[in-house]
Design a protein around this ligand. Structure first.
Ligand SMILES: *Cc1c(COP(=O)(O)O)cnc(C)c1O
Length: 539
């Protein structure tokens, strides 16, 4: 491999958010993977994607009459029409059974092919391993991860591709590393040699800075499922510890790792401080794909130095119309419209803004502040579901100014981040890894009002291109932190945002321009991918 040629990369991810119709994604991780493939396609980078064809995808989460979310799954077999059959199959041994995986290739991505593995094959006794993304229980998850990792490597061998770098986006793919080690041992290397060799080819991206969010498995479960791939217990422990931590394994299998924002890198380094034999964890802040997430009309107005407001209003009215269709509620295009869409996890504090009804209530009753929410809870997460219920309850309490859009997906994500006036983000710092929705908003001239977490500390010029609140305050006492941040939220919202919106349109528009100016290039998927090639795809 000559040094002036770019490395050929195999990108592994459990989910890809490419298009609303291709329901093989759940959230941010998949959206990132999708945006990376799109950027690679446009930059014509030597990359392939490896993923799974989830027959039922992630939950379609709807709201019942009583306001509670429920999950509904469908076989999305129409997706087969969007895919080409490669005619290739690979076999992965799971629980002492050979599982056949069909291999599909997504159309339209020829120069950056995305290969999707699918266990829905007539000869398989169990066709449902690739049924539901993040569904079911522990052993099934291991089976899914074996399909992605082991199946992915076997596929690469079958295709005869020369891959220089294996990129594991999150820990789900680490069985690919185990499989690479198995290959090397078969060629006559010792385990230690094999590990040292494969590390040169692997890079790893870590995500959640919430410890419990990092997947662990009992070693006997992994052994039972066939995940050792010939390695000994001791060797497995050397990689992932006991219990086997997928993130720790990702770190110990790679020679370079990255976090997804500057602050996240600091947090991740501290979080994995105790892990020996880990690579440097550098920061490569996420970016988003322009064509997918930025509205052409607002970009054009910006480029041509035209007024942004009329275009923004047009986008806002489109969103309001969509909301009317979905919920029956008719929001006003002349009143401040705030958006908030997140996975329902406690640290994201979706309902923080409602904490003091005596303060926020009058604004909502009067309609001076309007709120649109969306988001899903993991199907097995009762706490998350309670959060959604509480938001739905608020939409009933403030019927004319608060709405909840069910089944959060890429379409809703797109409409929200271009049609609202203000994007609100209030995680309990520093638990947000990056947060790409805020980038999408910023590039559309939608102002961010956010805690200094994730990507925002890198971009925020307070009062110039958006607002921060909370001043980066952290407290190990959660109640104290919540109280502090709530006070800051109300202060900024009611004393800065609301007056600017209603009484200083000129300034608001200046801020919209500054928002686009300061984020468009800097947080683009292309910039992110170029940094990947330069800073972690090294060998
Ligand atoms: C952008 C996007 C995400 C990622 O959002 P975060 O800001 O990282 O939470 C998740 N889901 C959808 C549908 C999106 O459009």
């Amino acid at each position: 491999m000559s040094s002036n040629k770019e490395p050929k990369v195999a990108y592994f991810c459990m989910e890809y958010g490419l298009d609303k119709a291709i329901r093989i994604y759940a959230g941010g991780l998949g959206i990132l993977a999708g945006d990376i493939l799109k950027a690679a396609k446009e930059l014509n980078k030597p990359m392939i994607g490896i993923g799974i064809l989830w027959r039922q995808g992630y939950t379609k989460q709807l709201i019942a009459e009583d306001g509670r979310p429920y999950d509904s799954y469908h076989n999305n077999d129409y997706m087969y029409k969007l895919l080409d059959d490669t005619g290739i199959t690979v076999t992965v041994r799971i629980r002492d059974e050979d599982i056949i995986c069909k291999v599909w290739k997504l159309q339209r991505y020829d120069n950056v092919p995305l290969y999707l593995l699918d266990t829905n094959h007539k000869k398989n006794a169990n066709k449902w391993i690739t049924g539901q993304l993040y569904g079911w229980f522990v052993e099934e998850r291991i089976a899914q991860e074996l399909i992605l990792g082991v199946g992915g490597i076997k596929l690469i061998r079958k295709l005869g591709l020369n891959i220089d770098i294996y990129h594991f986006n999150e820990g789900h793919a680490v069985f690919a590393g185990i499989e690479l080690i198995r290959e090397k041992i078969k060629q006559g290397h010792t385990f230690d040699e094999a590990l040292a060799e494969v590390r040169k080819e692997i890079v790893f991206t870590t995500h959640t800075p919430v410890k419990e969010g990092n997947e662990k498995h009992r070693l006997d479960s992994i052994r039972y499922m066939g995940g050792f791939r010939g390695l000994t217990l001791e060797q497995m422990v050397k990689i992932g510890g006991a219990p086997f931590n997928m993130t720790v394994a990702g770190l110990r299998l790679s020679h370079m790792a990255n976090a997804v924002a500057e602050l996240h890198a600091v947090t991740a380094r501290k979080m994995w401080e105790h892990v020996d034999n880990k690579p440097p964890i550098i920061a490569i802040t996420n970016g988003v794909h322009h064509k997918t997430w930025v509205d052409q009309r607002i970009r054009e107005a910006y480029d041509q130095g035209k007024l942004l407001w009329p275009v923004h209003q047009e986008l806002k009215k489109e969103l309001i119309k969509y909301i009317k269709q979905k919920t029956g509620v008719n929001l006003s295009s002349d009143k401040l419209l705030i958006g908030f869409a997140r996975r329902a996890a406690p640290y994201k504090r979706s309902d923080l803004i409602f904490s003091k009804a005596s303060i926020i209530g009058p604004y909502l009753k009067e309609g001076k502040i309007q709120l649109v929410f969306s988001g899903k809870a993991h199907p097995l997460d009762d706490t998350g579901k309670r959060i959604i219920s509480s938001l739905v309850k608020m939409s009933k309490k403030y019927q004319h100014s608060v709405v909840f859009l069910e089944d959060y997906n890429m379409e809703i994500g797109k409409k929200l981040t271009r049609g609202i006036d203000l994007w609100l983000n209030n995680p309990r710092r520093p638990k947000e890894a990056s947060g790409t929705s805020g980038m999408k908003a910023a590039m559309n001239g939608v102002l961010n009002m956010s805690i200094l977490d994730g990507w925002w500390p890198e971009a925020c010029e307070d009062g110039v291109n958006g607002w921060q609140f909370g001043d980066g305050y952290q407290d190990s006492d959660q109640d104290k932190q919540d109280e502090h941040d709530l006070k800051a939220l109300y202060e900024v919202l009611l004393n800065k945002v609301v007056p600017t919106y209603y009484h200083n349109r000129e300034r608001w528009e200046e801020m919209m321009k500054a928002s686009i100016e300061s984020t468009y290039e800097r947080f683009s998927a292309k910039r992110m991918l170029k940094r990947y090639y330069k800073e972690i795809y090294t060998f």
